[in-house]
Ligand binder design. Structure first.
Ligand SMILES: Cc1cc2nc3c(=O)[nH]c(=O)nc-3n(C[C@H](O)[C@H](O)[C@H](O)COP(=O)(O)OP(=O)(O)OC[C@H]3O[C@@H](n4cnc5c(N)ncnc54)[C@H](O)[C@@H]3O)c2cc1C
Length: 498
């Protein structure tokens, strides 16, 4: 037995994961969760026999990534549903294509070539529209002067394929947009990458770190196990917490930490809303870096750390419409659908900061019951339509979310008109719901944005300036897509603590 007393604040995938790992190593762990349910943003609820994700989730490496590794380490019971093909794309409103899990799958190669040919037929029209819309010759000339030559291009992509660490350091310093414009100005390709950046990192590609994006993408195609947990997203934190409790860990739901007590630069314990005090040698916060500083009190941190934390930016949000359908209405070869908008890729998501709604929205539409029949009653279908949105929970932004969702719903029903007459129920969730789950004033999807200046060596470390206080979750430590960062950070922190 290690015997050290650990208090973990928050049961998101990061908090649940580190609690299970440390309890297994012999620490004496108490996990405090403010909600009456566990899982944070990775929570699932039940409605009329459907098992509904509170967000809209797919997991890019399924059993073979960080989730699988942590589950194996704690002897968890997490199971996965993996399908191939996994995604059905509608590109530019005209090309339908299923995406298989290996890039070199001959069916993908055939479809990319076919899409390229059809795209070429339409390229004249698109280019004419583009040059009218942009007319920005100076910018074009700059881009051309920066463009990679063929040999450079081959070199850089072979380093990406090898996941060369020194390349990640370089690419952490440039945006994905800048990188892509060194490679191509083809709208079709840029639209795909701009949409994928929003899907994986939930930041527009004009802000996303190129390294973070390629780290995620190469791992998806290398592992080929993109999927969802059997039983819904909550099963990720759920499996970790079952292992945690089996090993003797204490889980306290409905227990909100109000203060992390610090004396002489060292943590002493955690106070909760109901006036309880949990003494601790180690406190690990899954509440996000900004909230953690508030819980401790600014006076315990160096000014430089405080200034840096204040300047950190969050990701954008995904907001959703969820449909419980009376029967299996959408029947595609893949269990998820994506609408890739036919708009200028450099401005695909400008509507978010401009307070508007998109003419052609990017739709991220997993159909959970197509992955896992347990997610809907027999013969019925669950469909979740996700669309990117703003994060501040103000009346204006909430109203903007409703307008974005109106447009998303219209577009979705244009593409799948047969859905309308079979809706058993539908509901919307947006930033106010996400914020009520996390207790933060914002409804960001991921946590901190994986944008230039916040990834790789710039990412907040789990270590803080207060002795015995650590961070875990999407805000601290690891690379990856959403929950993978959170779970990766739990693995990393458990190693650091030994
Ligand atoms: C709509 C949506 C779609 C998403 N899609 C995907 C996807 O497709 N794939 C993917 O991998 N990820 C996705 N994500 C992101 C993913 O859910 C998050 O990145 C992940 O849940 C973050 O995990 P975390 O451990 O950092 O903590 P969180 O999930 O943020 O949980 C933090 C926990 O801490 C608790 N807490 C906070 N303060 C206190 C306190 N003072 N006392 C006690 N408890 C406290 C909260 O209640 C919460 O339970 C999505 C998120 C949303 C909202």
């Amino acid at each position: 037995m290690n015997g050290k007393r650990v208090v973990v604040i928050g049961s998101g995938p990061g908090g649940a994961g580190v609690a299970a790992l440390l309890q297994r190593k012999g620490y004496q762990v108490t996990l405090l969760e403010r909600n009456n349910f566990y899982g944070g943003k990775c929570w699932t609820f039940e409605k009329d026999g459907f098992v509904v994700d509170s967000g809209v989730h797919m997991f890019s490496m399924g059993p073979t990534g960080q989730h699988g590794e942590l589950n194996r380490k704690v002897g968890g019971d997490l199971e996965w549903c993996v399908r191939n093909p996994s995604e059905h794309l509608l590109m530019g409103g005209m090309i339908h294509s299923d995406l298989y899990q290996s890039l070199i799958d001959p069916r993908n190669v055939y479809k990319f070539v076919r899409a390229g040919v059809i795209g070429r037929l339409n390229r004249k029209k698109i280019k004419a529209a583009a040059s009218r819309a942009l007319g920005d010759l100076e910018k074009e000339a700059y881009r051309a002067s920066k463009r990679y030559g063929l040999s450079e291009l081959i070199r850089v992509f072979s380093r990406i394929h090898r996941q060369d660490e020194s390349l990640w350091l370089e690419l952490d310093e440039i945006t994905l947009q800048e990188f892509m414009h060194r490679v191509t100005d083809d709208w079709g390709q840029l639209q795909g990458v701009a949409a994928l950046s929003m899907l994986l990192l939930v930041v527009p590609y004009s802000q996303a770190s190129a390294a973070e994006f390629f780290w995620c993408v190469t791992n998806i195609f290398r592992h080929r196990t993109l999927g969802v947990p059997r039983g819904g997203s909550r099963e990720i934190p759920g499996a970790f917490l079952r292992a945690f409790r089996r090993d003797g860990g204490e889980l306290k739901l409905g227990s909100e930490a109000t203060r992390i007590a610090v004396e002489n630069g060292k943590v002493r314990g955690v106070e909760t809303t109901v006036g309880e005090f949990y003494p601790a040698d180690v406190v690990i916060s899954n509440a996000g870096i900004k909230r953690t500083v508030e819980l401790v009190g600014e006076e315990h941190f160096p000014q430089e750390y405080l200034d840096w934390v204040r300047g950190l930016k969050y990701s954008y949000s995904f907001i959703t419409i969820k449909y419980g359908l009376e029967r299996r209405v959408i029947q595609l070869p893949s269990p998820s659908f994506f609408n890739i908008p036919n708009v200028d890729p450099d401005h695909m998501f400008d509507y978010i900061d401009e307070g508007g709604a998109p003419a052609d929205p990017f739709l991220f539409t997993p159909m959970p019951s197509e992955w896992d029949t347990y997610m809907a009653p027999p013969g019925r279908q669950l469909v979740i339509v996700g669309v990117p949105g703003p994060i501040e929970v103000t009346p204006e932004k909430v109203e903007q979310c409703e307008r974005i969702l109106d447009r998303a719903e219209e577009r979705f029903l244009e593409i799948f008109p047969q859905v309308e007459e079979h809706i058993q129920w539908k509901m919307r969730t947006h930033i106010a719901h996400t914020s009520s789950i996390t207790g933060k004033p914002t409804g960001e999807c991921i946590g901190l944005a994986q944008c230039v200046g916040q990834t790789g060596v710039h990412k907040p470390s789990p270590r803080t300036p207060v002795e015995g206080l650590w961070l875990v979750g999407a805000d601290a430590g690891a690379r990856g897509v959403g929950t993978e960062q959170a779970v990766g950070s739990a693995l990393y922190l458990a190693n650091l603590l030994g």
